[in-house]
Write a protein that binds this ligand. Sequence first.
Ligand SMILES: *Cc1c(COP(=O)(O)O)cnc(C)c1O
Length: 422
Amino acid sequence: MQKETLAIHSGYVKDSQRTMAVPIYQTTAYDFGTADFAASSFNLQQGTDNVYTRVGNPTTAIFEKRFAQLENGSGALAVSSGMSAIFNSILNVAESGDNIISSAQLYGGTITLFTHTLKRLGIHVKYFNINNPDEILNLIDDKTKAIFFETLSNPSIALSDIEEIVKIADQNNIITIVDNTVATPILCNPIDFGVDVVIHSASKYATGQGLAIGGIIVERPNLVKKIKDNYKYPQFNNPDSSYHGLVYSNPPVDGILFTFRTRMSLLRDTGSVLSPFNSWLFIQGLETLSLRMKQHSENALKIAEFLESHELVKKVNYPKLKSSKYKLLADKYLKNGGSGLLSFEVESYEKAKDIVNKVKIFSLVANIGDSKSIITHPASTTHQQLSENEMIKAGVSKGLIRLSIGLENSQDLIDDLKSALN
Ligand SMILES: *Cc1c(COP(=O)(O)O)cnc(C)c1O
């Protein structure tokens, strides 16, 4: 089945009430009925279903199944935010004394997680330039547990050469974790290019209207091949004493491994669970995701072309522009559109602030992926906490403006920018 169909139907089997809309199972817990059934549930003999909503919920399960299918994955785990998805997927493979290698072009929150919080936990992060994946080779050592990058980076709009990075990771038996928030599963499926784990902030395009915070982790089919007996990942190959010696890779429950361990160990213990109501909102969002991504992409390309022709604009970053250095990669990895995110540079910090103050349709908001267009000035907001050096590394200059193009009429948006620029 194609994505448009999967986004609307997959994961939901109607129960005796035959409701067309997916029901919201607003419950904390489930009745086990008998002591034996309760015991077997807690020992994971019933899979992960219906023990306690911290580790699973029927509405959330539909969102997870649907998202896994859209990403061509074998399993998914929903969590309370995109940051939680990143944090938990890294904690799932790395601990104190280990390191991960990450692209330097990242979402602002990911940079602070990596440079401050992971450091305090003893996990070291080494950076490579997304435009030069060969740098990874010199950074890998025995303690490297993951390679992390964004398919289409926010806010610097750099596009990664996914297959190049995966090749290096595979040669060294290291797990790749990709943040695919901006591209969405409609425009790019990293798993098709060999990525092991895909994470998303569902707070962006998945909800589509800026309605809720959430995140999701998706794993590729057959990840067990890379993990089983791989000395880098003892937590999957050695007995887990919190489950009477369960070995996650031997064989994986329902063929899923990475998200199963994140759920049953990390989510159980740290509790950053998605609420069933938010899962339901994301399910509504997914129904229109493919239509929206098409329109976001069409609008964004028109606006990028307009900005490029404007004399006060020094540079426009949008991967589908003919002038973009990412055009070839975009044709390969983003076949169905370039998404709604673009950035452009004006001469100064002051000029950028002036534009942000003058626009009328665009709202000044620290978000992306809304149906309503958004403007941000990273240097004074999301990237304010970064040092000048960190900003340059993240691809953010003082006169950089980021736009998240919504679903309004594109000519109205162009007219708004035109008057703000003057
Ligand atoms: C927003 C965002 C995140 C963080 O997601 P939250 O849901 O806000 O925690 C991570 N990565 C990217 C690319 C984002 O845009």
